[in-house]
Write a protein that binds this ligand. Structure first.
Ligand code: M6R
Length: 386
């Protein structure tokens, strides 16, 4: 839906970012896109100083914010800083005129995110900082209180653990990055990226069709839905693990963090996400035959060879590796215990495919353990604790 409504004839249309702000705003008369673009490399030299773009959120929304840092920086050459809203709200705001704050919150009601926004708003430069909400609820406090609200259009949330909203938020940031890149100067290979973007819904569907085929079966005294696909096998083989490690680099590092979080929330298994290269700086000490390591390792990734050497390090310590890569990657089939193949796509879009098997794996292990996956213990949809 987002791709259809926002990409027309190869042009990116995001009305909220392309409409000038009202005159009463400290930055009135300019469009949000122009204000954001003023933070880019191309404009910094003209002005002699650099405006800042800060993206905040909590939980899954923070993972999406972290990924936005890679997306916007790579595509639009704008420096971005992501922070936990729960930390940001207690820091002294240092935002200046022309800086921008993007608040990611699917409910639009998370107290830490709302209070962080209000803190910036009430600071001395508050009226001349551009604030953008990225929400799944347009009738929410954040959508009302920010200058601009962008809808991720993910539909009603049923499960407490965020899944589709992570994907939808990533998509909004891809579109925003492309619109910004257009505003600041074209990015190399834009046409190919747009084409891959348009192929993405089918590719996502292909992963779901292949990995999430339901089939009801009896386990002990209960019936569970189980599918005939590699992921269910991986789930069955690893469901008794006490710990998991998730590794990814660059765009796929936030995906590793999110995969680890789903594992905790749905399967109640302790899991940590790391940038793959950080493994040798500590976590490697934990790796043995009882430690499954999930590695996001797309061939399209510039650091593919480096991630492959991380896999070798795990292998040398008898850890079981579960690789997420493009389908027919025979090379990884030789060195990994399990390989989940997803369709080929652009390097920048891989997070949208790679997250699906990770969410499904956590879901399947949760089901196998008899957990209430739609309502994980101790979690609520929107955290409104002060
Ligand atoms: O509604 P929000 O996006 O602000 O919620 C933030 C977090 O509470 C939320 O992302 C949480 O981490 C997920 N539901 C966990 O799956």
């Amino acid at each position: 839906q987002l791709i259809k409504s926002h990409v027309q004839d190869g042009k990116i249309k995001i009305p909220g970012l392309q409409t000038p702000l009202p005159k009463c705003h400290g930055l009135g008369g300019q469009t949000p896109l122009q204000i954001l673009a003023a933070c880019s490399e191309s404009q910094v030299s003209e002005k002699g100083f650099c405006n800042r773009l800060t993206v905040i959120g909590c939980g899954t929304s923070w993972h999406a914010a972290l990924l936005a840092e890679y997306q916007i920086e790579t595509m639009a050459r704008i420096p971005v800083e992501s922070q936990y809203a729960s930390e940001f709200r207690y820091r002294e705001p240092t935002l200046r005129t022309g800086d921008a704050l993007v608040v990611v919150s699917m409910s639009g009601e998370t107290t830490d995110a709302v209070e962080a926004l209000r803190r910036v708003r009430s600071s001395p430069n508050g009226n001349s900082v551009l604030t953008i909400a990225i929400v799944n609820e347009m009738d929410s406090t954040l959508a009302r209180e920010c200058d601009v609200a962008l809808d991720v259009c993910a539909g009603t949330g049923i499960g407490v653990a965020s899944t589709k909203t992570f994907s939808a938020t990533n998509m909004v940031f891809v579109l925003m990055s492309l619109a910004l890149a257009d505003e600041c100067g074209q990015i190399a290979g834009r046409e190919n990226l747009i084409q891959k973007l348009q192929e993405l819904p089918d590719s996502m569907q292909e992963v779901l069709d292949k990995e999430a085929k339901p089939l009801v079966t009896d386990v002990g005294d209960r019936s569970i839905e189980i599918g005939e696909c590699p992921l269910w096998d991986i789930g069955c083989q690893n469901v008794l693990a006490r710990n998991f490690i998730f590794l990814g680099r660059g765009f796929n590092f936030p995906v590793a963090l999110e995969g680890a979080m789903k594992c905790k929330e749905l399967a109640y298994i302790h899991a940590e996400g790391y940038p793959a290269a950080e493994m040798k700086h500590g976590p490697i000490a934990l790796i043995d035959e009882f430690m499954p390591v999930v590695v996001i390792c797309p061939k399209a990734d510039a650091s593919y060879e480096k991630i492959k050497s991380n896999i070798e390090e795990v292998r040398a310590r008898n850890g079981a590796t579960i690789a997420i890569t493009e389908k027919h990657n025979h090379e990884l089939e030789q060195i990994c215990e399990y390989v989940i193949g997803v369709p080929e796509t652009h390097e920048y879009l891989m997070p949208l495919l790679a997250i699906l098997p990770l969410q499904l794996l956590a879901y399947m292990m949760g089901i196998l353990k008899g957990n209430t996956v739609d309502h994980p213990r101790g979690l609520v949809k929107s955290v409104s604790v002060k």
